[in-house]
Design a protein around this ligand. Structure first.
Ligand SMILES: Cc1cc2nc3c(=O)[nH]c(=O)nc-3n(C[C@H](O)[C@H](O)[C@H](O)COP(=O)(O)OP(=O)(O)OC[C@H]3O[C@@H](n4cnc5c(N)ncnc54)[C@H](O)[C@@H]3O)c2cc1C
Length: 410
């Protein structure tokens, strides 16, 4: 392994800095504090031909237990700014541009915008991770996606060795994908050796376009139900945020905030927002599921994306299989959770009694580390599910997390 590129005498393992808590030793760990330092750290690794893993919150990463022989870089900048406080009207709607550096915790940004009465992010409350990674996989939930709010993304282009601003129209946002993510793969789940596990374009900062206002429309049926209102109702942003956090907590889809009390994660969230997250989890811990709540939280969130299939393939599925039209195409999106469940892998499923790797008790799509799972445990479970769904429905599930050192292609 190369010499550590930091002054610190120790480096974390991937298990220390990922939500699923799995993964081996890292040769060098660098935490730049400014924009130039970030570019230098990336370029330093690239110029030496070392493997590079840009890491944010580690919430979409399942790394191998093998040593990672390269450099892991984590941007420590957490700056939110409002470049144009008095924004000119665009198409008659008053908008405001919000800029955040890549290392900013995503939910800290959402919380800030809700407090500042800026509409657009409230439905994306509680998604773990950072602003930089949010545009890589175009995070989404409850009918909202970050890509729809992006004005521009400032990047370091590792190939041409220049900084650039990519506009939303350049970024090819789609369901859990973007130009940035596409640069990492030759085909779905088949890594491109040049830019894996870090995209060609390293995100330095993201500028979003939001609207002023203290209330927003609820467009998601699931959210409307949780709020006890009709789809289309207008509610205060804070009420929507709280409902999203509650629904996510019930599905084990909030990350474990206690991870931010550890040495390696300690500086990655704003203190006031962390206190709020810790307080919120207390209710769950003292609820009926108690300690199991935390067991279900050590995951990468949804492990598989919802398959997008042809109309013929969709017609061949059982009548009760979910089918959603894909905007602008003849394709159909179905539900990975439904396929998994109907292939015999139910909530809480594990290959062996008491195994450290199991499906979440409350979410079919989350592969959880119940404590001490190794990458092989997670991979064996993931492959069993992929094979089971393929043999039942002839559909290949594509993993959502980035998997350094692990091959889940087939
Ligand atoms: C409990 C839970 C719930 C989740 N719920 C959702 C959900 O509802 N919707 C959803 O879309 N996702 C969800 N996710 C997935 C995850 O939160 C998102 O993918 C998130 O954007 C990952 O951010 P991160 O900073 O943790 O990325 P990481 O896991 O650190 O990295 C992921 C990838 O992004 C790259 N990356 C990181 N930072 C940068 C940068 N600055 N520039 C370029 N590349 C970068 C990494 O190299 C890697 O390839 C969930 C995850 C968990 C654990």
């Amino acid at each position: 392994m190369p010499e550590a590129a930091t002054s610190s005498i120790s480096t974390p393992t991937f298990a220390d800095i990922t939500t699923v808590g799995v993964g081996g030793r890292i040769a060098a760990f660098v935490q730049p504090h400014d924009r130039v330092g970030l570019i230098e750290a990336v370029e330093g690794a690239d110029s030496k031909g070392l493997p590079l893993c840009l890491i944010g919150g580690g919430s979409n990463l399942l790394a191998s237990d093998q040593d990672f022989p390269g450099v892991v870089v984590r941007d420590t900048r957490q700056d939110i700014s409002v470049p144009d406080e008095v924004a000119p009207p665009e198409g008659g709607v008053p908008v405001v541009h919000i800029n955040a550096t890549a290392g900013t915790n995503w939910d800290d940004l959402v919380s800030y915008c809700v407090r500042m009465h800026l509409i657009g992010l409230e439905g994306l409350s509680g998604i773990p991770g950072t602003v930089g990674a949010s545009v890589v996989q175009n995070i989404g939930a409850y009918g909202q996606e970050v890509g729809r709010l992006v004005d521009s993304v400032e990047v370091w282009d590792r190939q041409n060795k220049v900084t650039a601003y990519l506009r939303a129209s350049d970024l090819d946002f789609g369901y859990r994908t973007s130009l940035l993510k596409q640069t990492m793969y030759q085909a779905p789940a088949v890594p491109d050796a040049r830019f894996f596990p870090t995209p060609r374009y390293v995100v330095l900062s993201v500028t979003l376009v939001l609207r002023h206002g203290s209330a927003a429309r609820v467009d998601s049926a699931q959210l409307a139900k949780a709020l006890g209102v009709q789809v289309g109702a207008t509610l205060p942003l804070e009420r929507i945020r709280q409902a999203v956090l509650t629904v996510r907590a019930g599905k084990g889809m909030l990350e474990d905030p206690y991870r931010y009390l550890t040495d390696w994660m300690g500086s990655c969230r704003r203190t006031s927002d962390l206190e709020e997250a810790l307080e919120a989890v207390q209710g769950d811990l003292h609820g009926p599921r108690g300690e199991r709540v935390l067991l279900d939280r050590h995951s990468c969130g949804s492990f598989f994306t919802n398959p997008i299939i042809s109309r013929e393939a969709a017609n061949a599925l059982p009548a009760d299989a979910p089918r959603y039209p894909v905007e602008g195409s003849a394709l159909v999106k179905t539900s990975a959770a439904w396929l998994i469940d109907h292939s015999g892998f139910h909530k809480g499923f594990s290959l062996e009694e008491g195994s450290a790797a199991a499906l979440s008790d409350v979410h079919t799509l989350a592969l959880t580390n119940r404590g001490g799972a190794g990458s092989d445990d997670m991979v064996v479970l993931a492959r069993a599910i992929q094979k089971g769904v393929d043999s039942t429905f002839g559909i290949r599930l594509i993993p959502e997390p980035v998997t350094p050192g692990i091959d889940l292609a087939w």
